[in-house]
Design a protein around this ligand. Structure first.
Ligand SMILES: [Zn+2]
Length: 247
């Protein structure tokens, strides 16, 4: 949810067309790099050999800002590689995805929106980790709804999606510092989307899945950063070796 941290939410109205669907594919730094069509990383250090799957008691649904889909540095997509039950929805301000609305009404699932508890106006919706345990005890599948975009985009999604207003809000409390190196962050205390998922899996006791996603994120991060320096990783890192051993 916090891929980068460009501005506080209250300046969002200064950018009226931010939510418009992109008119052309992402075209910025790195556009002319030769990329793997599968993982979209530069071919120099492709991520595909390290892709593994894991099982978890919880699920993730991503509500992804349209501008985020085209960015190869998006880490939300890593979650679906490791956990195939992950669902990804594109957020549009004017029309919610009917598939998401149907899932939100499905009694098998207990969805939680992952968001900070720093504003008073939704304090009554804030729950703690025990609510996840209660859902499991009631034989419901806890689902973590992640708002995937910049910090400002995530705030916008949260504030402008009335169909999310009834969901409990689960703030993620962690001391982990971000290792994400591909975008500038205002603070190392802001985790990127994949790191948030790693911590939520740990919180829900899915330690194997948490470890696999953590390693996969680390390999993604290292591989991408190395390719930007035109450096090919020769010897597998510890995270690479752990992932290869799972295959
Ligand atoms: Zn690849």
């Amino acid at each position: 949810m916090h891929e980068s941290h460009d501005a506080p939410a209250d300046t969002a109205t200064l950018v009226p067309d931010e939510d418009a669907p992109p008119r052309k594919p992402f075209n910025a730094r790195g556009s002319f790099v030769s990329r793997c069509p599968e993982c979209r990383l530069p071919r120099l250090n492709c991520l595909c050999p390290y892709r593994v799957t894991a099982e978890s008691r919880v699920r993730f649904w991503l509500l992804t800002h349209p501008l985020e889909h085209y960015k190869p540095t998006n880490t939300g997509r890593l979650i679906g590689d490791i956990l195939p039950d992950t669902q990804v929805f594109t957020w549009y301000r004017t029309e919610p995805d009917p598939r998401l609305l149907a899932l939100l009404d499905d009694a098998r699932f207990a969805p939680f929106i992952i968001f900070p508890d720093d504003q008073a106006d939704y304090a009554e919706r804030v729950v703690g980790p025990d609510a996840v345990e209660e859902a499991l005890a009631a034989s419901r599948i806890p689902v973590f709804l992640l708002l995937d975009g910049t910090w400002r985009q995530a705030r916008r999604i949260f504030r402008r999606s009335p169909y999310l207003d009834r969901l409990p809000v689960l703030p993620l409390k962690t001391r982990r510092l971000s290792r994400y190196r591909l975008r500038k962050a205002a603070s190392s205390e802001h985790l990127c989307t994949a790191e948030v998922a790693v911590e939520l899996l740990r919180l829900s006791g899915d330690l194997d899945a948490s470890g696999a996603l953590d390693d996969y994120f680390e390999v993604f991060n290292e591989s991408y950063a190395s390719s930007r320096r035109h450096h090919q990783i020769e010897a597998p890192t510890a995270a690479m070796r752990r992932l290869l051993a799972r295959r």
